[in-house]
Design a protein around this ligand. Structure first.
Ligand SMILES: [Zn+2]
Length: 149
C-alpha cells in the first residue's frame, strides 16, 4: 500500500459485496458533461486538460498499443489509429458520448483526449498534442482526435 497518494492500481481495489466494480454510464456522463463540461467555466477547458494529463501520466501503459487497449478495457471507447503523412489520428468508435442528443458545435470528449495526451507524453518522452476534431455530440459519425507528434 502506498502511503501518500492513490495510484491507478489502488483504483482496482474494490470491496463492494453487492455492487461490485461497475457504475452505470449515465453516472460517468453526468460527472463528465453536467459536472465538468457544463459546471466549470469555459466548458472546463483549462481544468479538463490538467485533469486529463494527470490521469494519462498515471496510467500503467508503456506503448501506444497499451494505451489503446486500456481505453477499450475501461470502456471509454474502441480506438483505431489512422496514420497520415505528418499526423496521426485516433478514431473512437462506441465513444462514451455515443447516443447523446446532438448539440452542434460542441466537442465534449476533450478530457479523454487530454488523457491520451498525458499518456503519450510519458510513453514518447516528448510533448505531444491531442485535439478533438470530431465528436458524436457535434453530429459527426464518430469521435476523432488529431495527434501531433
Ligand atoms: Zn465522444
Amino acid at each position: 500500500m502506498s502511503a501518500e497518494q492513490f495510484t491507478f492500481d489502488d483504483m482496482k481495489m474494490v470491496e463492494r459485496a453487492k455492487l461490485g466494480n461497475k457504475v452505470p454510464l449515465e453516472l460517468f456522463r453526468t460527472i463528465r458533461l453536467i459536472g465538468m463540461y457544463q459546471g466549470l467555466p469555459l466548458g472546463g477547458r483549462g481544468t479538463t486538460v490538467t485533469i486529463g494529463r494527470k490521469i494519462g501520466e498515471n496510467l500503467p501503459v508503456h506503448t501506444l498499443d497499451d494505451l489503446l487497449a486500456l481505453f477499450e478495457e475501461l470502456r471509454i471507447g474502441i480506438p483505431k489509429v489512422i496514420h497520415g503523412e505528418h499526423t496521426m489520428k485516433i478514431v473512437i468508435e462506441d465513444c462514451f458520448c455515443s447516443g447523446l442528443p446532438v448539440l452542434e458545435g460542441k466537442f465534449v470528449c476533450d478530457l479523454e483526449g487530454a488523457i491520451m495526451e498525458g499518456a503519450l507524453n510519458k510513453i514518447m518522452d516528448k510533448r505531444v498534442s491531442v485535439r478533438e476534431i470530431k465528436c458524436n455530440v457535434n453530429g459527426d459519425e464518430h469521435c476523432e482526435y488529431e495527434v501531433r507528434l
